[in-house]
Design a protein around this ligand. Structure first.
Ligand SMILES: Cc1ncc(COP(=O)(O)O)c(C=O)c1O
Length: 378
C-alpha cells in the first residue's frame, strides 16, 4: 500500500468544494468529465430498466446482447470484426485495466508506459505485484511512445507495453505507423501490447483507427465513460486475445461478480442513433472549447507545443510562472479561484513545470477562467 499514491488533485478538489460551500466561485478545470447530462435515450433506458427490475447480477463479463452491440460498434465505426466472445464488459474501464494486469503479470514483471500518463496505470500494475516503468516522453514525440524508446527501455523482465491514444493528460494521438512498429517490436520480444482507446470518438482531426485493425494479440481498453458520457454509470470493456478470455472471466467473476445490470441496459441505448447524435454534437462542442482555450492559454504564456487532437485536456508548460506546479495549483485555487491539475498527478518527468486543463466546459466558463488567470498573472 505504501507504493499506492492518492490522486494529489483530490486535496485540491476537496479544497475547491470547501471554498464553494463558503460562497466563493471556482472555475473548475480539474475533473476529467464533461458537465453535460447523459443523452436522454440512455437515461430513459436506465429508467425503464429500473422499472422493469433489471437490477440484478448478470454474466461475469456482461450481457451477451451488450457484448454483441459492442462488436457491432467495431464493425460500424472501424470496419473491424471483433467476436463478441473476445469482449468483456467491466465496471468502468478501470475494471478492464485491473483484469488485464491480473491476467498478464507475475510478480516482478515490468510494464512500460509513458510518463506523463494516466496515474492509475502504475497502481494497477503495482496491485498485481508488477513494476511500472515510466518512459519520459515530451513534445518531440507528441508525448507518445516510439518503437525506438520501447526498445531502449526493454529489459528481461518486460512483460507488456501500454499506451493511450488519445492520451490523458496530453490529448495527443500516436502515429498509426508508429503504433504498428511498436506492436511488431513487442510481439518479436514476446511481450504484450495494451492500447487504451478510452478517448476514441473524441478526436478532432483524422478518423479514429483501432489497433484491432491489424492485431488480435493485443489488449484494448475502452469505456462508456468519455465519448458516451456515462462516467458515473461505471461501465467499460476490454477486448483481449481469445486465449486469455477464460482467465479474464474467472478473475472478473471473483473481483466484481458482474458489471451493473442497470448500467448495461442503459448502455445498450448508447449506440442508438439518437444518443450518437448527442455524442457527436458534444464532440463538436469539445473541439470548439479546445479551439477557444488553447490560443488564450498560449497568449498568457503557457507552452503547448503539440496541439492535442483528442480527449478534452490541454497539458501546458507553466515554467514561465513556477517550478513547483503543485504549490502553484493551490495558489491559483486560493487566490484566483481557478482549479487545474498539477503535473505530479501524471508522473515525474517535468511534472513540476506542467499542469493539466480539463476543458469540457461551456465557453463562458472557460472565458471566466482565462480572465481570472490573466488578472492573477498580471
Ligand atoms: C486514459 C484513461 N484510461 C482509463 C480511465 C478510467 O476510466 P473509467 O473507469 O471511467 O472507464 C481514465 C479515466 O479518466 C483515463 O483517462
Amino acid at each position: 500500500m505504501a507504493d499506492i499514491e492518492p490522486f494529489h488533485v483530490v486535496v485540491l478538489i476537496a479544497r475547491a468544494k470547501e471554498l464553494e460551500a463558503a460562497g466563493h466561485s471556482i472555475v473548475n478545470m480539474v475533473v476529467g468529465e464533461p458537465d453535460a447530462p447523459v443523452a436522454d435515450a440512455i437515461a430513459q433506458a436506465g429508467i425503464r430498466a429500473i422499472q422493469a427490475g433489471q437490477v440484478r447480477y448478470t454474466a461475469g463479463l456482461g450481457m451477451p446482447l451488450l457484448r454483441d452491440a459492442i462488436a457491432g460498434w467495431y464493425r460500424s465505426c472501424y470496419g473491424v470484426d471483433v467476436p463478441a466472445g473476445r469482449i468483456g464488459v467491466t465496471p468502468g474501464s478501470s475494471g478492464s485495466l485491473l483484469l488485464t494486469m491480473g491476467v498478464l503479470l507475475s510478480p516482478g514483471d515490468e510494464v512500460l508506459m509513458t510518463d506523463p500518463g494516466y496515474p492509475c496505470n502504475r497502481h494497477f500494475v503495482r496491485t498485481m505485484e508488477g513494476r511500472a516503468v515510466g518512459i519520459p516522453v515530451g513534445a518531440d514525440t507528441a508525448y507518445q511512445l516510439t518503437a525506438e524508446r520501447v526498445e531502449r527501455h526493454w529489459s528481461p523482465r518486460t512483460r507488456a507495453v501500454m499506451l493511450a491514444s488519445p492520451s490523458n493528460p496530453t490529448g495527443t494521438l500516436i502515429d498509426f505507423e508508429e503504433l504498428r512498429a511498436i506492436h511488431a517490436l513487442v510481439r518479436e520480444r514476446g511481450g504484450t501490447l495494451i492500447v487504451d482507446e478510452i478517448y476514441h470518438g473524441l478526436t478532432y482531426g483524422a478518423k479514429d483507427r483501432t489497433v484491432l485493425e491489424f492485431a488480435d494479440d493485443v489488449f484494448v481498453i475502452n469505456s462508456f465513460s468519455k465519448y458516451f458520457g456515462m462516467t458515473g454509470w461505471r461501465l467499460g470493456w476490454v477486448v483481449a486475445p481469445q486465449a486469455f478470455m477464460p482467465d479474464i472471466e474467472k478473475l472478473a467473476q471473483n473481483l466484481f461478480i458482474s458489471p451493473s445490470e442497470l448500467a448495461q441496459h442503459a448502455a445498450m441505448a448508447a449506440f442508438s442513433p439518437d444518443a450518437v447524435a448527442v455524442h457527436e454534437q458534444r464532440r463538436d462542442a469539445f473541439r470548439a472549447q479546445r479551439d477557444f482555450l488553447l490560443p488564450r492559454l498560449e497568449a498568457l504564456g503557457f507552452g503547448i507545443p503539440v496541439r492535442p487532437d483528442g480527449a478534452f485536456y490541454l497539458y501546458a508548460d507553466c515554467s514561465r510562472f513556477t517550478t513547483d506546479s503543485y504549490a502553484w495549483c493551490h495558489e491559483l485555487l486560493e487566490q484566483a479561484g481557478v482549479a487545474i491539475a498539477p503535473g505530479i498527478d501524471f508522473g515525474a518527468y517535468r511534472a513540476e513545470t506542467h499542469v493539466r486543463f480539463s476543458y469540457p466546459k461551456p465557453i463562458p466558463v472557460l472565458a471566466e477562467g482565462i480572465a481570472r488567470l490573466e488578472r492573477y498573472l498580471a
